[in-house]
Design a protein around this ligand. Structure first.
Ligand SMILES: [Cu+2]
Length: 125
């Protein structure tokens, strides 16, 4: 029987990834640094503890174009919980370990650790 505290917690964020299909010169590499932690916020006028990314909730928006490479260094500052970031709608062609499915394609990002997600935006979504 596993103790309650020994269970692995999964936090999966659905982040916004805006992609544009405008014709451009060439693909770019877009770097981001995210810190995930608990903070007190009042999103509905009642102060409560929420999970934030770089101090905000919901998470930040990534703006990229098709064929751009997105690099996000995610630091887990939650203290006691593991996390993974899922990039919903992005096919992880050649980068399955960046899909954010903890226990399936990646180990969770442990408290205090930083994980680099790196993938190519394969299509407009
Ligand atoms: Cu998904």
């Amino acid at each position: 029987m596993a103790a309650e505290g020994s269970r692995i917690s999964i936090l999966c964020f659905f982040t916004t990834l805006l992609c544009f299909s405008l014709q451009t010169s060439e693909a770019k590499v877009r770097h981001y640094k995210w810190e995930v932690k608990y903070e007190f916020k009042s999103p509905d006028c009642y102060r409560k503890l929420v999970i934030t990314i770089n101090g905000g909730t919901p998470g930040p928006t990534i703006i990229a174009q098709q064929n751009d490479t997105v690099v996000v260094d995610v630091k887990n500052s939650l203290g006691t919980e593991n996390l993974a970031i899922h990039w919903h709608g992005i096919r992880q062609i050649g980068s399955p370990w960046a899909d954010g499915t903890e226990g399936v394609t990646q180990c969770p990002v442990l408290p205090g650790d930083t994980f680099r997600y790196k993938f190519v935006v394969d299509r407009v979504s």
